[in-house]
Design a protein around this ligand. Structure first.
Ligand code: SF4
Ligand code: SF4
Length: 401
């Protein structure tokens, strides 16, 4: 497939995710940032970000996500929001809440911020603080009240896994009591730090079925008041997702150092010649770069996918998942029942069922901890350690299961 041929078929990048910084006060064990984020620690300056936004908008981008790390750590966030607002973006701030005072939330609203997505780790202080290795539960609760007071749409997000799935009813009650209009219960997908902590985080099929039944009950009860989105876990769902709506189809991520990527995890795929927004116009990156063209169309697909009726719907599933599980980014996503590698995933699920329930391990809170038992926290020290060792490749990329 030629780059030019792909370019003719590609529409504009409708959705831009600007990861403004990898810095974050929290240390979540499921963080989707790259394991080696500490080696990409340069950040673009304000002028560079404003230029990226202008270029993206000129290409047709309409939705802007501001995330990180923790985007509130950028002193120029208000300036970035104001520029995006002038350009006509719909702007969503994705935040842990740390740093969102009432004055700042007000200033961001005046600058044109449309929407804030606040993350919680759990409905209990104990687990929220344990999973992030920070005392942030009370603070997040205060931030939720500020968001509500200032009239932002209230969107709460909680990443789900075997530690907090038994609390799903309480998480919904917490969101309801905070007046959330929307609650996203996103089951952990295994990339980044969640990949490293996969064995400890993966729930059993029973955990998931019980939680889903509770979600269904509350969804019916809260209809018209609060929407609940349940994001199924890929492994147990056994249905390949249309990852990013297709590689290079509608989504572009720009990392803190200016790397332009087709998804959150693509940076770890081998052989990609990652484009940088400081060196190349965004239009050229989107339409002509080898990275954005690599998995457009169907020429790259395995025979299994190319001959399957579903390939224009799910695009063969997720490239990063295929690579992490099989070592080949071109493979059929192993979560698919038609994949010859599906037994790898079945073995992982069986292993989750056979291991101890987390309640058997006391959740001892330690601020800024590096590890707890088998769990590795997302810390600068751990990231540097992973970068420094030659084991980096086996820790953050393909592994045998
Ligand atoms: S998942 Fe946690 S550690 Fe990662 S960026 Fe979000 S708040 Fe920070
Ligand atoms: S074989 Fe490929 S295209 Fe068909 S359902 Fe599985 S992942 Fe999708």
């Amino acid at each position: 497939m030629s780059a030019a041929g792909s370019a003719e078929r590609a529409g504009p990048p409708l959705w831009l995710l600007a990861e403004l910084t990898y810095r974050c006060p929290l240390h979540c064990v499921f963080c989707s940032n790259p394991l080696d984020y500490a080696r990409h620690d340069t950040e673009m300056n304000t002028a560079q970000w404003l230029d990226v936004l202008s270029q993206a908008r000129a290409m047709g981008a309409v939705q802007l996500g501001l995330s990180g790390g923790e985007p509130l750590l950028r002193d120029d966030l208000e300036e970035i929001v104001a520029h995006a607002h002038r350009l006509g973006f719909y702007i969503n701030l994705i935040t842990s809440g740390v740093g969102l005072t009432e004055a700042r939330a007000r200033a961001l609203k005046e600058a044109g911020l449309d929407h804030i997505q606040l993350s919680f780790q759990d409905s209990t202080r104990e687990l929220n603080d344990f999973l992030s290795s920070t005392r942030t539960f009370e603070l997040k609760s205060k931030v939720a009240a500020i968001i509500k007071k200032l009239g932002y749409p209230m969107v709460l997000n909680c990443v789900m896994h075997r530690y907090n799935l038994p609390h799903v009813g309480r998480i919904i009650a917490m969101a309801e009591s905070m007046g959330a209009e929307f609650l996203e219960l996103a089951n952990t997908q295994y990339y980044g730090w969640a990949w490293l902590n996969r064995d400890a985080l993966m729930p059993t099929r029973e955990d998931l079925a019980d939680a889903e039944a509770i979600v269904d009950h509350h969804r019916a009860r809260l209809a018209g008041r609060m929407k609940i989105l349940w994001v199924s876990p890929d492994y147990q769902d056994a249905k390949p997702k249309a990852c990013m709506n297709g590689w290079g189809a509608v989504f572009m991520l720009v990392a803190p150092d200016g790397a332009a990527l087709p998804c959150h995890s693509a940076r770890m795929l081998p052989g990609l010649d990652i484009p940088f927004v400081q060196r190349q116009p965004l239009r050229e990156i989107w339409y002509d770069s080898s990275t954005f063209n690599r998995y457009r169309g169907s020429a790259w697909m395995s025979d299994t996918c190319r001959s399957c009726d579903e390939h224009e719907r799910d695009f063969g599933g997720c490239r990063c998942q295929a690579y992490l599980l099989t070592g080949s980014a071109e493979a059929t996503d192993p979560v698919c029942p038609k994949s010859p590698d599906r037994p790898l995933v079945d073995r992982l699920i069986a292993k989750a069922g056979a291991s101890h329930a987390p309640s058997e391990h006391p959740l001892k809170f330690v601020p800024n901890a590096a590890r707890h038992g088998a769990l590795v926290y997302r810390t600068d020290g751990n990231s540097r350690e992973l970068c420094a060792t030659s084991g980096m490749e086996s820790s953050c990329s393909a592994s045998t299961v």
